[in-house]
Design a protein around this ligand. Structure first.
Ligand code: GRF
Length: 194
């Protein structure tokens, strides 16, 4: 699931043709039209769907529509690859425990939509990225994997985010493959693979 430029999606698509990888992207669902991620999916021949909040009366109706759309593709795992919306009860009840997200900070530090900017403004010397299981909170789910990235003198949000994204892409690709090959179990705050 995507909302933006789709570099994480592109990395997954680069990996998924290898049968040994264990996972295949069956569909790409976005919450908005006109984004690069949808072009990347289309160029790869992957089915796409857009479910936009503004096409629904309220957030609950959108949430139910996204759940319906996703269920059509019967995914074993839902990967939020730069998807910038929170799910509601309907989606989480249907797919909870098999949704993972990637976040560009070392959680629990700097959750939310501006994790890179917040780390920079705070003066952190090390930040990074986190792959986690999605729960009902904002970036609060059990952590699967993390990788650190140093903040360099002179970094701005763009330069730091670009360096984080290089690490983030390989971490996400690695852990999606591990889940596909080994299975994902969640016990309280602890998420394990294999
Ligand atoms: C990633 O850093 C993700 O963690 C954040 O937005 C970025 C998405 O990048 N939420 P892309 O769309 O995969 O290029």
């Amino acid at each position: 699931m995507v909302s933006g430029t789709g570099s994480n999606l592109a990395a997954l698509l680069a990996a998924h043709d290898d049968p040994g990888y264990g996972a295949r992207v069956v569909a790409v669902v976005a919450d908005r039209r006109g984004i690069r991620a949808l072009d990347i999916a289309a160029e790869a021949g992957i089915p796409t769907a857009v479910v936009s909040v503004k096409d629904f009366d309220d957030r609950a109706a959108w949430d139910a529509a996204v759940a319906e759309t996703v269920s059509v593709f019967q995914p074993d795992l839902i990967v939020l690859a730069g998807f910038m919306k929170l799910f509601g009860a309907t989606f989480l009840e249907r797919f909870g425990g098999r949704i993972i997200n990637t976040h560009p900070a070392l959680l629990p530090a700097f959750p939310g939509a501006h994790g890179v900017r917040d780390a920079l403004e705070y003066g952190a010397k090390v930040t990074g990225c986190t792959v986690m299981v999605v729960d009902e909170g904002i970036d609060t789910g059990p952590i699967l994997a993390q990788a650190a990235v140093a903040v360099e003198p002179g970094d701005d949000e763009t330069s730091l985010h670009e360096r984080i994204k290089v690490v983030e892409r390989s971490l996400l690709v690695e852990w999606v493959g591990r889940i596909a090959r080994g299975g994902l179990t969640v016990d309280g705050r602890h998420a394990e693979v294999g």
